[in-house]
Design a protein around this ligand. Structure first.
Ligand code: PML
Length: 251
């Protein structure tokens, strides 16, 4: 049976390519009979986000012709940290363990701050600190798409492994597992742009999904999603993989 990619994006003021504020986005990969449920879930998500009420939203679905790749979720580790400083220091240490030099991490943070209105991920060359995605879109980062984790399978994993975390974790680890699967990914650094959510992570194939409970202060709407990339790989192909290759997580 074919799968369908269902996507949502919501913003305030104007469609966000034209400069509106990004509110939320979402991805699902479902069977035909599940499209209606997926649209409903994404609509609800777009209407109830703590970044605000959208005045523009788009939900679309399309059939996926490429074969679905089934992969395992990254292993998960949770670090309880008690301050943003402690959380950030830990994140930087993990990135360095993945092979990203300290000065490149610093450069990446500066690039993030310069582009506060991102709705996707920025790609940084892990050797030079250069941004690699700008010529491949609208400058708002790369949106990773076409990935999901079937509910029953996620719930079982969540019960047995993750001690019943929220759906945010499901979406994040699904994305991180797809991203880290590709050999061009050195590591990912992410935290939410939701002002009510301070947990983020460093993900890599080698160390898995390393959650950190305090990567920013409550009330802060500045999120972060950086992929540190090995630029000796073909970047156009890599971005194509991130956007187009359908991936299902199965535990
Ligand atoms: C987001 O949903 O905006 C990113 C959330 C990252 C952390 C999810 C978690 O591990 O709890």
């Amino acid at each position: 049976l074919p799968y369908y990619s269902v996507r949502m994006r919501a913003s305030k003021s104007k469609p966000h390519e034209e400069g509106g504020k990004h509110i939320s986005g979402g991805e699902q990969l479902v069977l035909f009979d599940e499209i209606r449920g997926a649209v409903d879930k994404l609509l609800l998500k777009s209407l109830t986000h703590s970044r605000g009420t959208p005045d523009f939203a788009q939900i679309q679905f399309e059939i996926v012709d490429e074969p679905i790749q089934v992969i395992s979720p990254l292993t998960i580790t949770t670090h309880i940290t008690h301050s943003v400083d402690e959380g950030q220091l830990l994140a930087q240490n993990l990135l360095m363990k993945c092979g990203v030099p300290f000065h490149i991490i610093q450069k990446a943070y500066l690039l993030m701050e310069d582009h506060a209105e991102l709705s996707g991920a920025i790609l940084i060359d892990s050797k030079t600190g250069r941004r690699l995605d700008e010529s491949h879109g609208n400058g708002k980062g790369i949106r990773v798409s076409r990935m999901d984790w079937r509910d029953e399978n996620f719930k079982k994993w969540n019960r047995e492994i993750a001690a019943n975390q929220n759906d945010r974790l499901k979406e994040a680890i699904t994305l991180a597992s797809k991203v880290s699967m590709h050999q061009a990914t050195v590591a990912e650094l992410c935290w939410s742009d939701d002002p009510d959510y301070t947990t983020g992570y460093v993900a890599s194939k080698k160390f898995g999904y390393q959650r950190i409970t305090s990567l920013k202060e409550y009330g802060d709407e500045q999120g972060c999603r950086i992929f540190f990339v090995n630029s000796s790989e073909d970047i156009t192909k890599y971005i194509d993989y991130l956007k187009k290759n359908p991936v299902l997580i199965q535990w």
